[in-house]
Design a protein around this ligand. Structure first.
Ligand code: 5GP
Ligand code: ZN
Length: 118
């Protein structure tokens, strides 16, 4: 997808604050962090959303999920962190390249659902 910003970030075509990279996965700090630590884990391959995955993505999804605690520990989130995948407009997704949010570094409310006012 040539017009996808996250594809361009993963390909190094746009500058970003990288957390991690391997042959399949890229992680970078969110440009608008909602907590002291807020980064995104994405597949290098373009996938619109979690709703666009199938059995062929099983290893990739596992890899993304397994990276979350590893990278969180590297960034000092010993007290814990939250992972979020917004899926579709109804799920609050605004960038349609699958991404796993990892958020922490401050106490987070147990209430993970905040309804949009618009
Ligand atoms: P969504 O609402 O789709 O789950 O989250 C998209 C996230 O991508 C938002 O938290 C937003 O701040 C982040 N984001 C959007 N554009 C950029 C960008 O160009 N660079 C970085 N680092 N983050 C971005
Ligand atoms: Zn993309």
């Amino acid at each position: 997808m040539t017009d996808c910003i996250f594809c361009k970030l993963a390909a190094g075509e746009l500058p970003t604050n990288k957390v991690y990279e391997d042959d399949e996965v890229f992680a970078f700090h969110d440009i608008h962090p909602v907590a002291p630590v807020h980064f995104l884990i994405i597949p290098k391959q373009h996938v619109d959303s979690l709703a666009h995955t199938d059995d062929s993505h099983q290893a990739l999804l596992g890899r993304m999920l397994l990276l979350a605690p590893r990278l969180a520990a590297q960034l000092g989130l010993e007290q814990g962190f939250r992972t979020i995948i917004n899926t579709g407009h109804g799920g609050g997704q605004t960038f349609f390249h699958l991404h796993l949010h990892v958020i922490g570094g401050a106490p987070l409310s147990p209430n993970i659902v905040e309804l949009s006012t618009h």
